[in-house]
Ligand binder design. Structure first.
Ligand code: PNS
Length: 165
């Protein structure tokens, strides 16, 4: 039986921290489905299509990764995909309360699906999509925190200049 995990999130946009979790997760699972939550109520910088494109380009180097999007309950999506695990990255202590709540609610909704937490590499402990977006919006250098395609797309979105150009 294939060990399949869902790695859900907003991925607005994908960062090197996310890629670090995917890489670590691949040592535990045969397949990781990176699932972008399609939530029209939440304001995002990138469309789901743009986020899929950036994730696809950033994960071609891995085998066993699929990119998808979902709406509705995560545990229902996991069941549809025959996944028994939800993968989440844990950074600093500040992530803990929300992640704990999410995992317990998901367990209440479906006891068959387990949440697996992986620690991000120390390098990425303070990176998040939101802080990266803020830095990029003011022309900050974010080149060592995101894949190249994301750096380009962020600067394109904000009309700022990538350091490498
Ligand atoms: O990267 P994020 O924004 O922290 O990811 C949050 C996400 C997508 C994992 C979470 O909001 C989610 O799973 N939403 C789908 C609806 C759901 O099942 N919520 C949890 C139980 S109410």
């Amino acid at each position: 039986m294939q060990r399949i995990a869902i790695y859900p999130g907003s991925f607005d946009p994908v960062t090197n921290g996310h890629l670090d979790i995917i890489e670590r997760g691949l040592s535990l699972f045969d397949k990781i489905i990176v699932a972008i939550l399609h939530n029209p109520a939440k304001k995002s910088l990138f469309s789901v299509e743009e986020r899929i494109e950036m994730l696809q380009a950033s994960t071609v180097k891995f085998s066993g990764v699929e990119i998808d999007c979902f709406s509705g309950l995560l545990v229902d999506y996991a069941s549809r995909k025959n996944a028994h695990a939800i993968l989440r990255g844990m950074r600093a202590v500040s992530d803990f309360e929300y992640e704990f709540q999410l995992a317990l609610m998901n367990r209440r909704l479906n006891r068959e699906v387990q949440t697996v937490f992986l620690m991000t590499g120390l390098r990425w402990i303070f990176t998040s999509s939101s802080i990266i977006k803020e830095a990029a919006s003011f022309g900050g250098d974010i080149s060592d925190m995101v894949p190249e395609i994301v750096e380009y797309k962020l600067h394109e979105k904000f009309g700022t200049k990538p350091k490498t150009a």
